[in-house]
Every structure is written in structure tokens, then in C-alpha cells.
Design a protein around this ligand. Sequence first.
Ligand code: AP5
Ligand code: MG
Length: 189
Amino acid sequence: MLNIVIFGAPGSGKGTQSERIVAKYGINHISTGEVLRAEIKAGTELGLIAKGYIDQGQLLPDELIIDILASTLDSFKESKGVIFDGFPRTIAQAEALKQMLAERGQEVSIMLDLDVPEDELMTRLIKRGQETGRADDNEETIKKRLVVYHSQTSPLIDWYKNDGKYQHINGLGTMEGIFAEIAEAVDKI
Ligand code: AP5
Ligand code: MG
């Protein structure tokens, strides 16, 4: 089983690199952000709740996200592993993931930390906002997402270092060059 946590600030390339990882290693992909955006689009009750948080650049409550994650995980049959994109984002979520995988006789294989300077994150997200109209890609909300990242999510770097799973990845450069560094790290597991 290859269980990869892809980690990084908003705009660091988690989704972009996840696609390449899925294509090369044939594992399943869970993006909690994508799940929530699909719920919003479908107009569900969960989507309505999610929209309130996402538009403010805030995280949804841990219990809610952990439930979504658990049911998505259970929907994968005969899986070769999973790439977790945008989850965990808090220490409570990391602990829940560890337990959830342990209950299935598994563990996180590696945590890939896509490291990108803040001005580049802003440039990428503003551009995507203009091109795709993604609702939280506006300057005000991006700033809030970055504050949340630094206060609630970045402590996971030390958490995964302590867990022996941490791998730094230089997230600045071409998408192919970054993927080559990721593949080198994953192939060493
Ligand atoms: P989520 O959807 O996870 O958003 P995010 O973490 O803010 O990250 P993004 O999806 O914006 O960026 P990315 O790292 O995937 O980069 P991408 O590859 O797209 O979460 C959204 C919201 O949902 C949260 O704010 C929260 O409210 C809620 N949520 C989600 N998960 C949650 C959780 N676990 N707990 C609580 N709440 C949760 O790339 C970005 C752009 O850059 C793209 O346009 C791409 O083409 C471009 N790009 C990528 N790589 C490069 C490169 N090397 N060079 C130049 N451009 C590049
Ligand atoms: Mg993403």
C-alpha cells in the first residue's frame, strides 16, 4: 500500500502533482477541497455548510471533514493506496488519519511538503481565479487562507517529522521538474 500525504500551502501544487502521482502509481486520490466544491455545486446541505467556511478562507470543523474522509476511504475497493490532498490540515486530522489507517492495518508511507514562496502562491492563485473563477481565489480570501495555513496547518510539518514521514520538496520550478523530485522520493520508500 502506498499512502501519500501531499502537503503545502494554498496554491503550492497539491492538485497538480496529485494528478501526476495518480497516473504513475495508480493509486486513488482524495482531495477534500474537490469533494466540498462538488457538494457546493450539487447544492447539498453539506455544500451549503462548506460554502460558508470556504468563502471565508476558514477550515471546516475537524469532525465533519474526518467523517467525509472515512466514508471516501471506505468507497475505495482493491486500492493500491491513496493520495491525501488537502487532508490532514490540523493535528487532530493527522491523528485521526493515523488511527483510521491503523484500523485498516496501514500507515502513511510519506508526507510530501511542497515548499513554495508566498509571493509565488499569490501569483498562481490570482491567475487561477481570473481563469477559472474559483470563488476563494481572490486576494482577500487568499490572504485569509494563508493565515489559516500558517496558524493551523503548518504545525503538521513538525508533527510528520516526529512521525518519521516528512519529505521536503522544492515546489518552485516546472511541474515536470517538481514531479521528478517527488517520484525520486516515492521510489525510495
Ligand atoms: P483546497 O481545495 O484543498 O485548497 P488549498 O489548500 O487552498 O489549495 P489549492 O487547491 O488552492 O492549491 P493546490 O495546492 O492544490 O495547488 P494547485 O495544484 O491547484 O481547500 C479549499 C478549502 O476547502 C479550504 O480553504 C477549506 O475551507 C476547505 N477544506 C479543504 N480541506 C479541508 C480540511 N482537510 N479541513 C478543513 N477544511 C478543509 O495549483 C494552484 C495553481 O498553480 C493552478 O492554477 C496550477 O495550474 C498552478 N501551478 C501548479 N504548479 C505550478 C508550477 N510548478 N508552476 C506554476 N504554476 C503552477
Ligand atoms: Mg487543490
